[in-house]
Design a protein. Sequence first.
Length: 119
Amino acid sequence: MHSEIIKYQDKKFKCSLAFALHLIGDKYKSLILYHLKDGAQRSGELQKSIADISNRMFTYSIRALENDKLVKRTIYPVTPPKVEYDLTEEGKSIIPIILELNKWGQDFAKQNHLYAPCE
């Protein structure tokens, strides 16, 4: 059996699931995508909507999503500078899966008396 290797940037993946998890799998990337599901947000409001994210981790995560073409950044030439983030078409395509994962998490937590909705 011949298996294909996915080569992406400087990494190789033998499994498409491992590749997908690389793109969205960490806690903050998924939350950023989730919070952009309803449209563009300014950088500050987006960061505030995600509990416990540091400036450094926000910057790392949003840049990674931007480099992977899941999020786009728009800079408006005003003073002070205005930066907005929005989902690309590729980013929008993952939202149904993230919403299903959120629902699964809610159901699992509720069954174990741990319900905490994602806001």
